[in-house]
Design a protein around this ligand. Structure first.
Ligand code: WT7
Length: 636
């Protein structure tokens, strides 16, 4: 947000959906419990989070729930000892969960592997032993350059079990990105795969790794998982096959006793401006934050088949593919490949085949599938679904309603969850028993104190947009930025006493939050400040439009004017008339302020590898300027 003052609200979205009575009756948290949770959290948030912590097992209890003496370096559950793997695996082996499925994995070619908690536990123990034999010790950083495989989860948990710090690098990143992260993390050990399946092809990984490792000596162990069965070079003094190192390991291993604030993992996020920051999350606070939110937001039951479609290499994968479902003792589903392979019904095929009950995905995926129409979903039995979720970008109301009606039969509530790599856990989200407004993330969860303010920290009136801030620490929050405490501190210094998320949002008369986009992408047309989300949602509401991105272009008279980039639905032809019609449509929907200077049709919009629209790149193309770091750009 470059200027003081509030954003305007243009979009009127009045639809409201109520949860079905059956869902309310069976919910983990019923409306009365929710009301008293809000009350407790408002007057004693630490007592609220302490209750959440008591639902997990600890080797030693905390002296204090929160130590804020060195704020903003908050310490959660001080002097407590724990290990997230004890809660995610070890404890389940002693209960009825032992032979329940922990993981259903499906490869892109259609091969499937299923592991019970007992089987996953033993596989993790073997890998933990193998890593120790290779000399990996508590506190060491281990970089995982891995596609979505069972071994990816096994390796993450094995690291955590022995107290090593895992650092996932998404397998779609280039060797260069891997190299930067290896160096920043100071890793000695790298775990990778020969290759993997994506979009009907084998994507080799190991050759990229070889190239990087030749140029440095810090990494002296490279573990290779065989997935694609392609020929790879194995460097004799450095490379070992995963299957060779685990073969003779014992299926039992010690779980390291960790301090609550000992690091569990580093995860690099590129932010908007460039150089990657290693966000640090801990064992104790993180475990409490994600366990609590999966239970409350997704109403998780042990009998669920929970499918979060994120790659384990993103925070959504860490929190809600790997750790939280295992903490809950439920079944998590992991799919290796592309959602459109071999055709656009793969996700519905997987849902029906494995009886997925909760599907958590992104607006980008929903818009992409919506583009292919209703025929594909109708060809599959999707009645196992009982809850839906969205994360990663503002979801346009049209996409929300399509997801709700066509995929969820009008019966499955859509949890539009707002959070970040830095927040670790879901922060603002509906709950299954609450009212739903398509396009709204609903309200901050109990224990999360969020507000909307201007640059000076002053509250912004209802229905005006401003900066989203978090005013109190929460357990899943990042602990630091690796090697860069100043970068950590910077999140808390823009507005005194607040964590500034970098997003703009507004609150309606019911207290519902509506995300309006990134603060640095706000468009200022003749003094009217507009978030990108509403403009784009209005475009997506037009039946010809599949996806839209809006940017501001400098203008002598108005300061800025809005320019739209649009992709069309299957079968729609681009034309000058359509461009004109879209401009008219915008004025009709949002008023004269929302005038588009021009509309450009594109086959695709540039996206990050995690699926977010990269407006910064469109703007640079448009202005002929340097786009800055684009290592996160997805090249399809
Ligand atoms: C940014 C964080 C952990 C989520 C995956 C992305 C945007 C996330 C929503 C939502 C509107 C959202 C924000 C946020 N975002 N969820 N429900 N509605 N915007 O994690 O890569 O760290 O990105 O994603 O802009 O700041 P991330």
């Amino acid at each position: 947000m470059d200027q003081l003052g509030a954003l305007e609200t243009l979009l009127q979205e009045d639809r409201v959906f109520r949860p079905l009575p059956g869902l309310v009756m069976e919910a983990n948290i019923n409306p009365q419990e929710l009301a008293s949770a809000y009350q407790l959290a408002a007057h004693d948030p630490l007592a609220f989070w302490e209750n959440a912590a008591l639902e997990l097992q600890w080797f030693r209890r905390w002296d204090k729930v929160l130590d804020d003496s060195k704020a903003p370096f908050y310490k959660w559950f001080t002097n407590a000892r724990c290990n997230i793997v004890h809660n995610a695996l070890d404890r389940h082996i002693k209960t009825a969960n032992k032979h329940r499925l922990a993981l259903i994995w499906e490869g892109e070619p259609g091969d499937t592997r299923k592991l019970t908690y007992f089987e996953l536990y033993r596989a993790v123990n073997k890998m933990a032993g193998a890593l120790k034999n290779l000399g990996v010790v508590k506190g060491d950083r281990v970089v995982l350059y891995m596609p979505p495989l069972p071994e990816t989860i096994i390796a993450m948990l094995a690291c955590a079990k022995i107290g090593a710090v895992h650092c996932m690098v998404f397998a779609g990143f280039s060797g260069k990105a891997l190299k930067d992260r290896l160096r920043d993390a100071g890793a000695r050990c790298l775990i990778t795969a020969d290759g993997f399946y994506r979009n009907g092809r084998v994507v080799p990984l190991k050759p990229a790794v070889d190239e990087i490792l030749e140029e440095q000596d810090a990494v002296d162990i490279c573990v290779v998982v065989r997935r694609a069965g392609i020929e790879v070079e194995m460097h004799p003094a450095r490379d070992v096959w995963y299957e060779d190192i685990v073969r003779h390991e014992k299926p039992e291993a010690m779980t390291e006793v960790m301090e609550s604030d000992d690091p569990l993992f580093l995860l690099y996020t590129s932010g908007t401006t460039g150089s990657p920051r290693g966000i640090v999350h801990s064992h104790g606070g993180y475990m409490v934050g994600i366990h609590h939110t999966l239970n409350w937001v997704f109403d998780i039951k042990p009998t669920d088949i929970f499918w979060c479609t994120a790659d384990p290499g993103w925070i959504t994968g860490h929190s809600y593919v790997v750790y939280a479902p295992l903490l809950a003792g439920t079944t998590t589903l992991l799919y290796e490949g592309h959602p459109l392979y071999p055709q656009a019904d793969r996700m519905w095929h997987i849902t029906a085949k494995h009886g997925v009950s909760i599907l958590y995905t992104t607006p980008t995926t929903i818009r992409m599938l919506m583009r292919y129409g209703n025929l594909f979903p109708r060809q599959h039995d999707l009645t196992s679904l009982r809850m839906l979720g969205s994360v990663g970008e503002p979801i346009n109301p049209e996409a929300w309603v399509w997801f709700y009606q066509t995929i969820g039969r009008g019966e499955c509530p859509v949890m539009d969850t707002w959070w970040q790599t830095e927040s670790g856990q879901i922060m603002i989200s509906p709950m299954p028993v609450g009212l739903l407004k398509p396009g709204s993330v609903s309200k901050p969860l109990p224990g999360v104190e969020a507000d909307i303010v201007d640059r000076t920290g002053a509250p912004v009136p209802r229905d005006k947009g401003g900066l989203l801030v978090i005013k109190k620490p929460w357990p899943g929050m990042m602990q630091n930025v690796w090697n860069d405490p100043d970068a950590y501190r910077a999140y808390f210094e823009k507005i005194p006493g607040c964590y500034v998320a970098g997003d703009v949002a507004r609150r309606d008369e019911d207290g519902y939050f509506w995300m309006q986009g990134r603060a640095d992408e706000v468009i200022n047309v003749a003094g009217h400040r507009l978030g990108t989300a509403e403009l784009e949602s209005a475009l997506v509401a037009h039946r010809a439009v599949a996806e839209a991105a809006v940017i501001g272009i400098p203008d002598k008279i108005k300061g800025e004017v809005a320019k739209a980039f649009v992709t069309l639905r299957e079968g729609v032809e681009e034309s000058d008339e359509l461009a004109k019609e879209l401009k008219e449509h915008m004025k009709r929907e949002l008023g004269p302020v929302a005038e588009l200077k021009s509309v450009k049709f594109r086959k695709d919009l540039p996206k990050t590898k995690s699926g977010k629209i990269l407006r910064r790149l469109l703007k640079a193309e448009e202005l002929g300027t340097e786009p800055g770091d684009i290592s996160m750009l997805e090249e399809e």
